[in-house]
Each structure stands twice: as structure tokens, then as C-alpha cells.
Design a protein around this ligand. Structure first.
Ligand SMILES: [Zn+2]
Ligand SMILES: [Zn+2]
Length: 143
């Protein structure tokens, strides 16, 4: 979660072949500073004060996912969540934890889905590769 300067974000966006519009840079800033994955509504709410409308936020999120600057998660509640991946490769994602009571999704930064796990070894014939690992349970606030 290092804080990058806005100018670095701009060049990162341009390197991916996108225009570094103020709205796009703002979306990147919000996601980079977030400590957990954010929904479209979360991002839109945070950018509302800056006058960025919801449609623009949505379009930008999708553009950023397309060029792998942002990762999109679907944890089974039919709500897409977005998190910053920046310069790291898109397939080096980490596992997530979802609280079944409050719905909060947290990053488990140290758990890499791409690591050869016992699961992958045990079911070699079933699994091509693992792209997402999700743990469910009760968060510390909800136990
Ligand atoms: Zn909870
Ligand atoms: Zn995460």
C-alpha cells in the first residue's frame, strides 16, 4: 500500500495506453489508498465530492481492469469489488476473507492463489489454475 505520487499514477496509466484523465487518476488514487477491495458504490461515493459521476467511475473501473491496473473480484454476492494492483502482475493476486454477517471483504496479502497448495496438488486433474481464493467466516467484529 505504498503511496505513489499523482505524476507516477499518470505515467502508469499512460504506459497502459490509456489517457490519464483527471477522473481516471482519481479512481486510481482512491483504490491505491484503500485498505480493502471497494465496490463501485464505494468508489463513486468517495469521488462524489470531486464531481465525478457514477457512470464515469464505472467506465473507468472497467478500463483499468482491462489493462490490469485494477483487479476485479467477485466473491459470490453478485457485487464486483475492485482493488489496485498497479505495476504488479495481475496473476499475483492474493486470497480474500469475507464475513458472512456484515459482508466485509478483507485482503489476505500473504496468501497467494497461485502458490501450489495442497488443494491444487490433490485435484490436479480437476483444476487448471486457481485464480481466486476466498475464505468465509465471521470477522472479528461479528464473532
Ligand atoms: Zn463482520
Ligand atoms: Zn485484496
Amino acid at each position: 500500500m505504498s503511496r505513489r505520487k499523482t505524476t507516477d499514477l499518470r505515467s502508469l496509466i499512460r504506459e497502459k495506453g490509456l489517457r490519464a484523465t483527471p477522473a481516471r487518476v482519481a479512481v486510481c488514487e482512491v483504490l491505491e489508498r484503500a485498505t480493502s477491495p471497494l465496490t463501485h458504490a464505494d468508489v463513486a461515493k468517495l469521488l462524489d465530492a470531486r464531481g465525478t459521476d457514477q457512470t464515469t467511475v464505472f467506465r473507468n473501473l472497467n478500463d483499468l481492469v482491462e489493462v490490469n491496473l485494477v483487479r476485479r473480484l467477485e466473491v459470490g454476492d453478485h457485487v464486483y469489488r475492485f482493488e489496485w494492483c498497479g505495476a504488479t502482475a495481475p496473476n499475483t493476486g492474493h486470497a480474500h476473507f469475507m464475513c458472512v454477517d456484515c459482508g466485509e471483504v478483507s485482503c489476505l496479502e500473504d496468501l497467494q492463489p497461485s502458490q501450489p497448495t495442497a488443494v491444487a496438488r490433490a485435484s490436479k486433474k480437476l483444476i487448471g489454475d486457481i485464480t481466486e481464493v476466498l475464505y468465509k467466516g465471521h470477522c472479528a467484529h461479528c464473532v
